[in-house]
Design a protein around this ligand. Structure first.
Ligand SMILES: Nc1ncnc2c1ncn2[C@@H]1O[C@H](COP(=O)(O)OP(=O)(O)O)[C@@H](O)[C@H]1O
Ligand SMILES: O=c1ccn([C@@H]2O[C@H](COP(=O)(O)OP(=O)(O)O)[C@@H](O)[C@H]2O)c(=O)[nH]1
Ligand SMILES: [Mg+2]
Length: 265
């Protein structure tokens, strides 16, 4: 057991070394924080009715950076529930609710829907799920969104995945996305890219300063990008299993390109 824990820490530290923090003290702090996340008493606010505190990753990056594509893979491989804020808003539009028309207009203009609307959709989705692991894709899109989430839910994300993609690549992908979205046209996209720079990036910088961001190079084949993502998610999975007393399962082995072998054998 001791030997295992030691090897977990060394893998974790080497994972964090390549992705996030600059010095050993920060690795140690991160390590302690990770354990604290599941062990500490449940957060108040939106999570008070749940037996287990939700484990949350925000998934951020510009339009077309591949958030949705990678979230689907993570959800499939690691059993997270994928909550796309954009999809929740689009479902609200399709439901012809009172707010639907205003949401549609906001999305057409590439602007950000009022925080309370989006946070409440996310909260409802979390509360109605039996899962405890969530990827929140495409949210928060502004500091105001972030503050509203933290206030209403009474919690911060456990970590943040940031898909870093050059603008010309994002433009190419969005214009070829072909999903019939009202905002996938050059005029709206230009506005969304401006909003991404002015409002989304400060959120990423906020979490960077807190040592919570894992930055992924989002250029290249989808599978290659997933190979960058895998060891990050795996490291959190190990800690979650340890703290919830579950047996390790190596079913992610194939996807993680031997990562589990180094950890479990
Ligand atoms: N690594 C990649 N290389 C090329 N195209 C990609 C890649 N990842 C995703 N795509 C495509 O780019 C478009 C945008 O991807 P998506 O996952 O919807 O991004 P986002 O959710 O960040 O807007 C989709 O058509 C998707 O199939
Ligand atoms: O938290 C959110 C998420 C999305 N949107 C709106 O929904 C659009 C589409 O978001 P989505 O995440 O689906 O776009 P993607 O980044 O995947 O292209 C955004 O441009 C915003 O207008 C929003 O207002 N708040
Ligand atoms: Mg998306």
């Amino acid at each position: 057991m001791r030997r295992h824990l030691a090897s977990y820490s060394s893998v974790l530290f080497s994972t964090f070394r390549s992705y996030v923090v600059p010095n050993q003290a920060a690795y140690t702090l991160k390590f302690v924080e990770l354990f604290a996340t599941e062990i500490e008493t449940p957060a108040k606010g939106g999570f008070s009715s749940r037996e287990r505190v939700p484990f949350i990753s925000f998934v951020l990056g510009g339009p077309g950076s591949g958030k949705g594509t990678q979230c689907a893979k993570i959800a499939h491989t690691f059993g997270f529930t994928h909550l796309s804020a954009g999809d929740l808003l689009r479902t609200e539009i399709s439901s012809n609710s009172e707010k639907g028309a205003a949401i549609l207009e906001t999305i057409k203009q590439g602007k950000i829907v009022p925080s309370e609307v989006t946070v409440n959709l996310i909260r409802r989705a979390i509360e109605s799920s039996k899962n405890h692991k969530f990827l929140i894709d495409g949210f928060p899109r502004s500091e105001e969104n972030r503050i509203a989430f933290e206030k209403i839910m009474g919690a911060e994300p456990n970590f943040v995945l940031y898909f870093d993609c050059p603008e010309d690549e994002m433009v190419k992908r969005v214009l070829c996305r072909n999903e019939g979205r009202v905002d996938d046209n050059i005029d709206t996209l230009k506005k969304r890219l401006k909003i991404y720079e002015s409002l989304n990036l400060p959120v990423i910088n906020y979490y960077l300063a807190k040592g919570k961001v894992h930055k992924i190079n989002a250029v290249g084949p989808e599978e290659e990008i997933f190979k960058q993502v895998c060891p990050i998610i795996s490291s959190y999975e190990i800690l979650n299993r340890r703290s919830s007393g579950k047996q390790e399962r190596a079913n992610e082995h194939d996807y993680c390109n031997g990562f589990w072998e180094t950890v479990l054998l």
